[in-house]
Write a protein that binds this ligand. Structure first.
Ligand code: LIP
Length: 284
């Protein structure tokens, strides 16, 4: 099947179905004791449920579309798995926010994006703890449980300025990168309303989409952390770009309401937020 013959609406329906199936699995079949393995550092973990979730998503997608490519966080080291033959590639984080999941905290999610010719055209992010499914199709708007999302919504009638903005961020797993990120946050904190660290990039982007935070930035992310959430945030009316002075998307991401985007981008540039991860550091 050629690219032009794949309707994004069909990909969106499949993304939502796979995300719902995985959400039910990880929430309702969570074992009493998770099996935990180490990844890049001692605090970067994968559980048996991350692996089971990815296998389920992969099987749901393959049953409907066997010729699509697939890039999943837990099988990313297996190059043969990425290749597809029909121009559609799925980018999947089977549990984004694994630390939240490990500690049985809300805030983990399942993130699924469908990409065609390098552009994400359909996305679903499931938030099992709150029974929410965020979704978007390129040019079709963003939704949460079927209701439209508007990232430009503000919580007070005053014009939003940087000093009134609530900003989410995240930290890399590498201790040296974290130290640099902590220094940036220390400088940022007195210049904004407050900081939030929810612990899952895809949901951070969904919070931007819903106007629950005014902006979000992070360095050191991987494609599966950003692919779905970035489309949802853009379709909800947020601006989503790399951090000025930082690595390109998806390695660094800045998502914010348009009204504060430029001011936040300039401040993050001045604080060196994009440079907290050295070029040789691979922390995703
Ligand atoms: C995590 C992100 C989180 C970020 C972590 C990590 P994982 O993804 O979503 O926000 O700060 O460094 O990348 O590892 O839980 O899938």
């Amino acid at each position: 099947m050629s690219n032009s013959a794949v309707p994004p609406a069909e990909l969106l329906e499949l993304a939502v179905a796979a995300a719902e199936a995985a959400a039910t699995l990880v929430r309702d079949r969570r074992p009493g004791q998770l099996q935990v393995d180490r990844k890049s550092t001692a605090t970067d973990n994968v559980t048996d449920m991350d692996v089971a979730s990815e296998a389920l998503i992969r099987s749901v997608i393959a049953a409907a579309r066997p010729d699509d490519g697939f890039i999943g966080e837990e099988s990313a080291g297996e190059p043969s798995r990425a290749a597809g033959t029909d121009g559609v590639t799925w980018i999947v984080d089977p549990i984004d926010g694994t630390t939240n999941y490990l500690y049985d905290l809300p805030g983990y999610n399942i993130s699924i994006a469908a990409e065609m010719a390098g552009t994400v055209v359909a996305a679903a992010v499931a938030d099992p703890a709150h029974d929410r499914i965020y979704s978007a199709r390129l040019g079709g708007g963003a939704f949460c449980n079927g209701l439209p999302l508007d990232a430009t919504t503000t919580v007070t009638p005053d014009a939003l300025t940087l000093e009134r903005a609530l900003i989410a961020t995240g930290f890399a797993y590498s201790p040296t990168v974290r130290a640099a990120q902590g220094r940036v946050v220390a400088e940022l904190l007195p210049r904004i309303r407050d900081i939030r660290r929810f612990g899952a990039a895809a949901l951070d982007l969904c919070h931007v989409s819903a106007g629950r935070v005014d902006g979000y930035f992070e360095v050191g992310l991987a494609p599966w952390d950003v692919a779905a959430g970035a489309l949802i945030a853009r379709e909800a009316g947020a601006r989503v770009e790399a951090i000025p002075g930082g690595p390109p998307l998806p390695r660094s991401v800045l998502a914010a309401k348009p009204v504060i985007f430029d001011a936040l981008a300039e401040l993050l540039h001045d604080l060196g937020a994009g440079a907290t991860m050295g070029p040789s550091e691979d922390d995703a």
